[in-house]
Design a protein around this ligand. Sequence first.
Ligand code: SME
Length: 137
Amino acid sequence: QNESKDVATRLTEVCVVLETNIPYFDWVGFYFRNGNKEELKLKAFAGEPTDHEIIPFGRGICGQVAVSNKNFVVPDVKAQNNYIACSIHVKAEIVIPLFVNGENIGQIDIDSHTEDPFSHEDELFLEWINENVSKIL
Ligand code: SME
C-alpha cells in the first residue's frame, strides 16, 4: 500500500512538471489497467479533476488505445465519434500507451485547450517519458 502511494506521488510529480512547463498541455494523467478487469483506472493527474476515473476498454480515446496498443493523436476532438468529453475547453488530445515487458499496461493522456497542438516530437517525447516511467512502477 505504501509502495503504491509512492508510485502515485511520483507519477503526479511527472504530471505536474509536464502540465506546468508545456503551455499546450492543459491536463496530464496516467491511466493503468485496473487489475485484470477490462478497464482503465486513473492513477495520477495534473489539471482539473475528471469524472472519468474508470474507462472501459474500447471507450473513448483512452479505451481505444488500451485495445490498439498504438499512439492516438487527436488534433480535433469534435471530429471523433468515440470520445469521452472531460471538459468543454478541450480541443485536442494525445494518448501514448505505456509498455512493461512488451505489454500495454497503461497510458499517458494529455488534453489541450489549443487546436491541433501535437507534433511528432511530442509523440517521441511522451514515448520517452513512458519508457522512463515504466522503470519506476
Ligand atoms: N477524453 C478521454 C477521456 C479521459 S479525459 O480526457 C481526462 C477519452 O476520450 O478517452
